[in-house]
Design a binder for this molecule. Structure first.
Ligand code: ZN
Ligand code: ZN
Ligand code: FE
Length: 758
C-alpha cells in the first residue's frame, strides 16, 4: 500500500471562468485522486487525497493542462481540512467574504473548438454569432456583479434551453459553468436596421445583409463585445474617405480587421511574435509594418504612415462576417472622434445614425464600454498603447496594500486603479479627459471598479497637476487625497511592474506633466526609489508660445527651440504674420511656458524636417518622424551640457546644416537622444535604468535605448504589462503611495497577463 497524503492547494491568479475546474476534475479522475475543487473569493482551492506519487504527479502535470486563458500566479500548500469525499467533485463557490478579485476576467477571443462548431453545418451552433465556452467569450463586458455567474451577467435575460442547460451542468463538457452559454434556440440574436433604426432583417439574414452592404461600399455600425465598431471596406478609397468625413477624423490611422492571418501576412510584415499576439485570447490590434510595394489598401486608412493597426476576428460574429467578406475592413470605434465608444443600441442609434448607413446589432447588453487593445512588438516584447477589450481589467499583485485605495490616473489616455485583496486592479482605457463624455466615464469607472469589488474608497492618489479632471475628481471624493509627481508615477509604475524597489535611474520622457517647480516637464531623468525620486538631469528647457495650441502645432516647438538657441532662422510652416505674433509672444513672455518636454523636442524636429507643422491628432508628428527615420543605423549628432541640462542645441544646429536626406537626419536625431540617455546613465552610475513615458511607444527610441544601455552594462527595464504612456500613471500612483507607507514586497513581475506563446 503506497503512502497516502492529503493536501489543500490555494491557487491565486486567473483561474475562474476559464475552464479551470473541469481541467482539475479530469486530471484528478485520471490519477484516481479523491477530493474537490471550488472557487474562492481570491482564486480557487483544490483538496486532494491519494498516494503521494499521484498527488505529486497532479502538481507536476497541472501547469501543462491549464486552459489557454488561465494563469496561475501563486500556489500555497497546506494540509487538507477535514475528510475528503470518496471520489472527486466540483463544489460550489466558497462564501463571498474577503476581497472579491478572482472572478473578473477579460473578454476572450473565440477558441478553436467554438470556431470549428460555428463552421460545421451539422453542428447545432452552425453560423451562430454568439457561441462561446469556458475557454472563450465575453466576460468583463457583460459582468454586472461578483461572483461571476450567469445571474450576475447580462446573459441573465436569456433562459438556457435544455441542450445548453445539459452542457452547463456536465463537468465533462467544455461548457460546464460557461456563464454566457447560448445557442440559436435560446441565446442572443442579430438585427439589421437602417440608419433610423427600422429593422430590415434578423438572424443569419442580418449577417448576410451586413456583408452585402460592406461589399457595396456602405458604412456599417457593428455591435461587438465592448461596443460598436464602424466598418467599411478598407480597399475602397471612397468608403474610407466618407467614414473619415462623417466621423470628423482627419488623419488618425484606422484599425483594420482582417479575415485571416494569411490576409494580414499578405498586407504586412508579420513576425512569429506579432502573429502570436494577433491570435492570442486577447486578440489586440497589433501595429505592423506595411509590406513594401503592397497595394490594395486605401491610402486613407493610415495616411502617410508605414504601419497599420491589424486585428483578427475575436467573436463568432466577426469570424462569420469576415469569412463572408474575404477582404479587410476598417474597424474603428463607434464614436465621434474623442468620445467614448457607444455600447447601447439606442445610444448608438442617436450618436452614430449620421455616420453609419446601417446597423448590425444584437440584444446582449454591454455593461461597460471597452475599446480594442492596441500594442506593438519591440525587441521581442509587447509595447502596449492601450489596454481595453481582452486585456482589462488588469490585476497586478501589490501584497500588503490595504483595500480601497483609488488611483485617479492622469488626464490623457486616462485609466484608474483600485486596491483590492492585495492587488492593484487597473481599469480599461477611458480616454482623454478633455471631453465631458470621458469625464463622465471616468466617474462611472471609479464607481464600477469600487462597486464590483465591494469596496469603499478610503484614500485617493492623484497627479500633482491640480487641474487634471482626474485630480479634481479625486478631490471631490470624501477621502484624503495625496499627490504623486507625474514623472515619478511613470517610473514607479515601471519599477512596480518589474518588481524593483530601487534605487534606479528613471528616464521619464513624454509630452507633458507638471514638475515640482510648477513648470512643464517631459524630458526627465529621476534617481530614486518607488517612494520618492530626485531629478538628476533633464532636457534643456525651451519656450512655447500659446499654451495648449503649442502641443498641437509642432511649428511652435520649432520656433521655441530656434529662439532658445539664439537663432533668428524662421521656422517652417508659419506665415510672416503668424511668425510676428508668435515672436511677439516669446519676447513679452505672455502666454508662454517653458518646457523640458522630449515630446515637444520631437515635434520641433518634425517641424524642422517639414514632416508635420500642425497635428490632426496627438503624437502625429513624433510618429511621422519615427516613420521617416526607418530602421537603418545612424550616427548620433553632438550634444552638450548646461549644468544638469542636456543641451540639444549642437544637435539642432547640425540638423539645420543640410547636406543629408531628411530620413538620415531623423535617424540621427533618434540616435542622439539615445546617446543622451547613455550619457546620463553613466554620470548617475545606478545599475538599473527604467524607461517610461509616452515617448517609449516609439519603437526606434525604445529599441535604441534598450540596446545602447545594455551594451554599456546597465540593466534596462521597460514596460511589458501596462502602457508606457499615461495609462500607466494610475499603477505608479498606487505603487508610490504604498511604498511611502512602507508596504513591502510589491513584486509584480510577470503577473497577470494572458501570456502569449513565445
Ligand atoms: Zn470556446
Ligand atoms: Zn440553447
Ligand atoms: Fe506622461
Amino acid at each position: 500500500m503506497p503512502e497516502e497524503t492529503s493536501i489543500l492547494l490555494r491557487l491565486r491568479g486567473r483561474v475562474q471562468g476559464v475552464g479551470f475546474r473541469p481541467v482539475v476534475f479530469r486530471l484528478a479522475h485520471e490519477l484516481g485522486l479523491r477530493g474537490w475543487v471550488r472557487n474562492d473569493p481570491a482564486g480557487a482551492e483544490v483538496a486532494l487525497g491519494g498516494p503521494l506519487g499521484a498527488v505529486a504527479r497532479f502538481r507536476a502535470d497541472l501547469p501543462g493542462r491549464l486552459p489557454a486563458a488561465a494563469d496561475i500566479q501563486s500556489v500555497e500548500e497546506r494540509p487538507a481540512p477535514g475528510d475528503l469525499p470518496a471520489g472527486f467533485e466540483i463544489r460550489l463557490s466558497a462564501g463571498a467574504d474577503g476581497a472579491r478579485v478572482a472572478g473578473i476576467l477579460p473578454d476572450l477571443a473565440t477558441c478553436p473548438d467554438c470556431l470549428r462548431e460555428i463552421l460545421d453545418p451539422t453542428d447545432r451552433r452552425y453560423r451562430y454569432p454568439f457561441a462561446n465556452c469556458t475557454h472563450c467569450g465575453p466576460r468583463f463586458s457583460i459582468l454586472e456583479a461578483l461572483p461571476y455567474d450567469r445571474a450576475h451577467t447580462t446573459m441573465k435575460a436569456f433562459r438556457m434551453c435544455p441542450a445548453c442547460e445539459a452542457e452547463y451542468r456536465d463537468p465533462r463538457n467544455r461548457r460546464f459553468h460557461a456563464q454566457p452559454n447560448a445557442c440559436p434556440v435560446c441565446g442572443p440574436q442579430l438585427t439589421w436596421t437602417d440608419a433610423r433604426g427600422a429593422a430590415l432583417a434578423a438572424r443569419d439574414d442580418a449577417l448576410r445583409a451586413a456583408a452585402d452592404a460592406l461589399k457595396n461600399g456602405q458604412i456599417v455600425a457593428v455591435k461587438g463585445i465592448g461596443g460598436f465598431h464602424l466598418m467599411a471596406d478598407a480597399r475602397d478609397a471612397a468608403a474610407v474617405r466618407r467614414l473619415r468625413e462623417r466621423k470628423q477624423r482627419d488623419e488618425k490611422p484606422f484599425a483594420l480587421l482582417f479575415p485571416s492571418r494569411d490576409a494580414v501576412a499578405e498586407a504586412c510584415d508579420l513576425s512569429e511574435a506579432e502573429a502570436a499576439w494577433l491570435e492570442s485570447p486577447a486578440a489586440p490590434i497589433v501595429l505592423l509594418r506595411k509590406r513594401a510595394g503592397r497595394r490594395g489598401l486605401a491610402e486613407a486608412v493610415a495616411p502617410g504612415l508605414p504601419w497599420i493597426g491589424a486585428m483578427l476576428p475575436y467573436t463568432p460574429l466577426h469570424h462569420l462576417l469576415m469569412r463572408d467578406l474575404g477582404f479587410p475592413v476598417v474597424a474603428t470605434s463607434g464614436n465621434r472622434t474623442d468620445e467614448p465608444i457607444c455600447t447601447d443600441n439606442d445610444e448608438a442609434q442617436a450618436r452614430l445614425g449620421s455616420i453609419a448607413d446601417f446597423f448590425l446589432r444584437h440584444d446582449r447588453p454591454i455593461v461597460r464600454p471597452m475599446d480594442d487593445s492596441v500594442m506593438a512588438v519591440c525587441e521581442g516584447g509587447p509595447v502596449w498603447m492601450r489596454r481595453g477589450r481582452g486585456m482589462a481589467p488588469c490585476t497586478l499583485p501589490l501584497p500588503g496594500v490595504p483595500d480601497g485605495w483609488l488611483a485617479a490616473g492622469a488626464q490623457m489616455k486616462s485609466t484608474v486603479a483600485v486596491t483590492a485583496g492585495g492587488n492593484a486592479v487597473m481599469s480599461s482605457h477611458i480616454g482623454d479627459l478633455d471631453h465631458e463624455g470621458a469625464v463622465r466615464l471616468w466617474r462611472r469607472t471609479v464607481d464600477d471598479l469600487a462597486g464590483l469589488h465591494g469596496l469603499d474608497v478610503v484614500r485617493a492618489v492623484a497627479d500633482f497637476h491640480p487641474d487634471y479632471a482626474s485630480t479634481r475628481g479625486a478631490a471631490a471624493l470624501p477621502v484624503p487625497v495625496e499627490s504623486v509627481l507625474h514623472h515619478h508615477a511613470h517610473i514607479a509604475a515601471c519599477m512596480a511592474e518589474n518588481g524593483l524597489d530601487g534605487p534606479v535611474l528613471g528616464i521619464a520622457w513624454d509630452g507633458t506633466g507638471m514638475g515640482d517647480d510648477g513648470t512643464v516637464w517631459g524630458g526627465e531623468f529621476l534617481a530614486g526609489t518607488r517612494a520618492d525620486s530626485r531629478r538628476v538631469a533633464w532636457l534643456r528647457p525651451f519656450p512655447l508660445a500659446g499654451g495648449d495650441a503649442a502641443a498641437r502645432e509642432p511649428r511652435r516647438s520649432a520656433l521655441g527651440v530656434l529662439r532658445e538657441m539664439g537663432s533668428a532662422h524662421p521656422p517652417p510652416g508659419c506665415s510672416p504674420a503668424e511668425l510676428a505674433v508668435l515672436d511677439g509672444m516669446l519676447r513679452s513672455g505672455l502666454n508662454v511656458v517653458r518646457t523640458s518636454s522630449a515630446g515637444r523636442l520631437f515635434d520641433a524636429a518634425a517641424s524642422l524636417l517639414g514632416v508635420c507643422q500642425v497635428m490632426s491628432h496627438e503624437g502625429q508628428a513624433a510618429m511621422r518622424l519615427e516613420a521617416l527615420a526607418g530602421e537603418d543605423e545612424a550616427e548620433p549628432y553632438p550634444f552638450g551640457w548646461i549644468g544638469d541640462a542636456l543641451d540639444w542645441a549642437p544637435m539642432i544646429a547640425a540638423m539645420l546644416a543640410g547636406g543629408e536626406t531628411p530620413a538620415r537626419v531623423a535617424a540621427r536625431f533618434h540616435a542622439t537622444l539615445v546617446e543622451m540617455m547613455a550619457a546620463v546613465a553613466r554620470r548617475t552610475g545606478l545599475a538599473d535604468v527604467c524607461l517610461s513615458g509616452g515617448c517609449f511607444q516609439n519603437r526606434r527610441l525604445l529599441a535604441g535605448a534598450l540596446r545602447r544601455l545594455a551594451a554599456d552594462g546597465f540593466r534596462v527595464w521597460r514596460h511589458r504589462e501596462i502602457p508606457p504612456n499615461d495609462a500607466g500613471i494610475a499603477l505608479g500612483q498606487l505603487a508610490a503611495a504604498a511604498a511611502r507607507r512602507g508596504v513591502a514586497g510589491l513584486a509584480i513581475g510577470g503577473a497577470d497577463m494572458i501570456e502569449c506563446p513565445p
